[in-house]
Design a protein around this ligand. Structure first.
Ligand SMILES: Cc1ncc(COP(=O)(O)O)c(C=O)c1O
Length: 474
């Protein structure tokens, strides 16, 4: 029923925070799971009001043990966050990527405040557009020209449109997640509303599997777009061979560097692996939490944005985000942040491996590039989602916000890393006994997490000729 009076509630109606009804948990081996009453109250208010409850799938309750994990965060400082019930955690998610330096990082926040004092959005262009574009060009090997937008899928979609215009072809091959727009989401199983004609133009391929690309690439392929590395490292010069393959077939190579940009190296995967993409897309780490995305690449392709390819948006030059990006990039360079992330991440990876091996738990691994590693469980040991849920539940009790991966920022201190490893030492024996009981569910105090949303697997080669033959392989 619609409300008849204007009524906005803020805060938690039960007023738990600060009233001493429950002592909020801290980053320690707490005796209790955190009180999440305020979180649940907000969640109840969102029901029937916000479809899916969340604006970002990875932040929604599907990725956290419902009944145990907090649902809403209130604040953050450095590498720590506080939920709406006042519980404190070391954050290993960092806003699903954007926080590269830390919450409330002084150099960035000061830059935002200084810009705020001058204005946010203007009626003409702002010098920051030029200054940040120059900084980006200085960091990224192939960034001959640079454009800004707000979201990751803005720039992946612009890259695909540019590739289509440049090659005068329409087919797209992709691998990984690239955003919510039609050209990509059509290949997933959540593609209602995407016209069939659009779906037919995009195919997926399997990472590290050149044969799956050869199976699909043809004279109608405008581009191959991929996350150059997610958690599986490229094998047998995969990225170099892909570069060659694209050249042979006249298709553009687009790197979606949303996760790798400014983290794996300042110049992202292109710099790290020594492979040049024609176009590359960035967001997340570049502005320490402010919404900015970047499209960069070969000038003969990017120049099409001068006129024939339309890519303009009201907030593309919004200055708080550009000021944040300028301060963030300078800090990332000065402090050599990518090296720091790799160093801390490697300590976590090695530490986890040693603990798991010491407990004879060969069914769990920590893998991926050092700056962003993931914990996986072999299905032979039990349902990986239940095991992930149990690990998350127990880490949350110990004051660690964990979604199955280690996404570090410059504020993750040695103390944080040591504490996380000590929590793994405490929690992994619980996971082991759950595996041995063959009843992992009985260890869970809430609903297990759902699978992470990725491209529907396996690959779906959809060559135009095969589709016309009715032999579409999906
Ligand atoms: C690799 C990759 N590409 C594209 C996107 C889409 O970015 P956005 O959600 O900002 O549109 C994401 C989002 O998580 C991503 O991880």
């Amino acid at each position: 029923m619609p409300r008849t009076e204007f009524h906005v509630e803020t805060g938690c109606a039960n007023g738990l925070i600060g009233k001493g009804v429950h002592m909020p948990n801290k980053i320690q081996f707490n005796s209790q799971y955190p009180c999440i009453d305020c979180s649940d109250e907000y969640w109840a208010r969102a029901a029937g009001l916000i479809p899916a409850g969340t604006q970002t799938l990875a932040k929604g309750p599907g990725q956290y043990v419902n009944g145990v994990a907090p649902k809403y965060l209130q604040s953050g400082k450095g590498s720590h966050v506080w939920d709406v019930d006042g519980n404190e955690y070391i954050d290993l998610v960092m806003a699903v990527g954007p926080i590269s330096l830390g919450y409330q990082y002084p150099a960035v926040d000061d830059a935002i405040k200084q810009q705020l004092a001058c204005g946010i959005s203007f009626s003409l262009m702002h010098p920051l557009e030029v200054e940040v574009a120059e900084l980006v060009r200085g960091c990224i090997p192939s960034a001959e020209m640079v454009r800004f937008s707000k979201t990751g899928c803005d720039v992946t979609s612009a890259a695909v449109r540019l590739a289509r215009a440049y090659t005068n072809r329409e087919r797209v091959l992709c691998c990984g997640y690239h955003g919510w727009h039609d050209w990509y989401i059509g290949v997933t199983d959540r593609n209602d509303g995407v016209p069939e004609a659009t779906r037919a133009l995009t195919s997926t391929f399997v990472y590290n599997n050149l044969a799956s690309i050869l199976d699909s690439i043809d004279e109608q392929t405008a581009c191959v777009i991929l996350e150059p590395v997610a958690f599986t490292l490229p094998e047998a010069d995969f990225l170099h061979h892909l570069r060659e393959l694209c050249d042979e077939h006249g298709a553009l190579l687009i790197f979606d560097e949303m996760w790798t940009g400014f983290r794996l190296a300042l110049g992202g995967a292109q710099q790290h692996f020594g492979v040049r993409a024609d176009l590359a897309c960035y967001s997340k780490a570049i502005a320490n939490g402010m919404p900015l995305s970047v499209l960069a690449g070969r000038s003969d392709v990017m120049e099409l944005c001068e006129k024939d390819v339309f890519f303009f948006t009201t907030f593309g030059g919004e200055t708080l985000s550009l000021a944040a990006a300028k301060a963030t990039i300078i800090e990332l360079c000065d402090k050599r942040v990518p090296e720091f992330l790799a160093f801390q991440g490697n300590k976590l990876k090695r530490g986890y491996t040693v603990i798991a091996e010491g407990l004879d738990m060969d069914y769990t691994k920590c893998s991926g590039p050092d700056c962003r590693t993931t914990i996986t469980f072999d299905p032979g040991a039990g349902d990986p989602l239940e095991l992930k849920s149990l690990m998350q539940q127990e880490l949350i009790k110990r004051g660690i916000l964990w979604a199955g991966f280690h996404n570090l920022c410059y504020s993750h201190s040695d103390e944080d890393i040591d504490y996380i490893l000590s929590a793994y030492e405490d929690v992994l024996p619980i996971v082991k006994s759950a595996v041995e009981s063959r009843d992992i569910k009985s260890y869970l105090l809430g609903q297990p997490v759902e699978p992470v949303f990725r491209t529907s697997t396996p690959s779906k080669p959809r060559m135009a000729s095969r589709a016309a033959d009715g032999n579409r392989a999906n």
